[in-house]
Design a protein around this ligand. Structure first.
Ligand code: S3P
Length: 455
């Protein structure tokens, strides 16, 4: 685990007139996949805009442990892969720290290899369910050793002859879909994934870009069937990682709730499987202009111009959840300033993220005087426009980067400051968060311990 285990609190205070233009770091999902697929393909992959967060770096180290060469050269990352099917048995345990995506996708990638691989992670990752990925691997013939309830540490032993499967993904999860497809890369024959609800499609798009043969069919009900031909040759390529909409979400909401704010967030990925938050905030009355829409290496990107807005509560359609699954904590923060009630439903998956995000958000809001109701899979927030009477509480972040950042954004517009118990985990996905928010004029104060560590 590379992040500090000494908690580092931080406090956000009421701010005004946020202004300026920023660029958020590269998309986390695409960054993980760039290192993985680059490490697997033959030849060289050059990556610019890679997210240099702890989660992604853990994936890079795992690929190195299995024979890929990963180096930072100039502003870019250079990966020389082993060639598909030629990963080596790692001599060391693969430690994914806080990173669910890195861990679950790598389990899929190496599962069918006839070798032994051991996976560990931090306290948060060790609590998260791995059964969703281990079940399809077992069907392919992989032997699994795991802690009770299919938790980490996990050891995988691949079979001599893995078998292709057809797998219907039981939860809306891009990680599960991706793990099965990546396993299929090293299995003869066609691996089929049926996805009843569409989730982010970076694996499908990027694998095709690296030379894999995939067929995607969608029926009238939106059920997708993805067929991947096993054992393809993959070849290295050049990748420019667009800005992460899930990181842009924090300055975006800050721009809507801080009086007088007028900011621009450049180069944000606009893949429709990722833009649910923007649609929702626009429906709430948020002034978000999407400008300079362009194509960047097969993905749409755009700049977001965001201005302080009078928000109104809405009911968020539950079927939108997969396209904004990581954004509910910060949407709940926006809802705290909206007139009326915001109803969010279909949130079962929030219970198994880096923390139980549904409970963590509800407790954090309550501590800061926000009126909300937590249901089994829903959250209703009754807002206080202007943030009157809100704030003054300390939020428990439970090793969850998005809980930390969401509640710091809350404190930028509440009457009283908002404190979080630990800001260390922010570095897993958005290491520049404090600097960029400071550039916009946000008043966020780090504890002395963290300042000391930085200097
Ligand atoms: C991710 C998928 C999502 C998301 C995570 C990144 C990915 O997880 O929450 O941050 O890159 O595939 P689930 O598949 O568990 O929904």
């Amino acid at each position: 685990m590379s992040h500090s285990s000494v908690p580092s609190p931080a406090t956000a205070r009421k701010s005004e007139n946020l202004s300026g233009t920023i660029r958020v770091p590269g998309d986390k999902s695409i960054s993980h996949r760039s290192l993985m697929f680059g490490g697997l393909a033959s030849g060289e992959t050059l990556i610019s805009g890679l997210l240099e967060g702890e989660d992604v770096l853990a994936t890079g180290r795992a690929m190195e442990a299995m024979g890929a060469k990963v180096s930072r050269e100039g502003g870019r990352w250079r990966v020389v892969g082993t060639g598909n099917g030629a990963l080596l048995e790692p001599n060391e345990t693969l430690d994914f720290g806080n990173a669910g995506t890195g861990c679950r996708l790598t389990m899929g990638l190496v599962g069918p290899y006839h070798m032994t691989t051991r996976f560990v992670g931090d306290a948060s990752l060790s609590r998260r369910p791995m059964k969703r990925v281990l079940d399809p691997l077992r069907q392919m013939g992989v032997a699994v050793e795991a802690e009770a309830g299919d938790r980490l540490p996990v050891t995988l032993r691949g079979p001599k002859s893995p078998a292709p499967i057809t797998y219907r993904v039981p939860v809306a999860s891009a990680q599960v879909k991706s793990a099965v497809l990546l396993a299929g890369l090293n299995v003869p024959g066609v691996t089929t994934v049926v996805e009843p609800v569409m989730t982010r499609d970076h694996t499908e798009k990027m694998l095709a870009g690296f030379g894999a043969t995939l067929e995607v069919e969608e029926d009238a009900d939106g059920v997708r069937t993805i067929r991947l031909e096993g054992q393809p040759e993959l070849a290295g390529r050049t990748i420019d990682v667009p800005g992460d909409p899930s990181s842009a979400a924090f300055p975006l909401v800050a721009g809507l709730i801080v009086p007088g704010a007028d900011i621009v967030i450049e180069n944000v990925l606009m893949n429709p499987t990722r833009t649910g938050l923007i649609t929702t905030l626009q429906e709430m009355g948020g002034q978000i202009d999407i400008v300079n829409w362009r194509d960047a290496g097969g993905e749409d990107v755009a700049d977001l111009q965001v201005r302080f807005s009078d928000l109104k509560g809405i009911t968020v359609p539950p079927q939108r959840a997969p396209s904004m699954i990581d954004e509910y904590p910060v949407l709940a923060v926006a809802a705290a300033f909206a007139e009326g009630e915001t109803v969010m439903d279909g949130l079962d998956e929030l219970r198994v993220k880096e923390s139980d995000r549904l409970a963590a958000v509800a407790r954090g809001l309550e501590r800061n005087g926000v009126d909300c109701t937590e249901g089994e899979a829903s959250l209703t927030v009754r807002g206080a426009p202007g943030g009157r009477g809100l704030g003054g509480g300390t939020v428990e972040t439970h090793l969850d980067h998005r809980i930390a950042m969401a509640f710091l954004v809350l404190g930028l517009a509440t009457e009283k400051p908002v404190e979080i118990d630990d800001s260390n985990m922010v570095a897993t996905s958005f290491p520049q968060f404090f600097d960029l928010m400071g550039e916009l004029g946000a008043e966020i104060e780090l504890s002395a311990a963290r300042d000391g560590a930085k200097s």
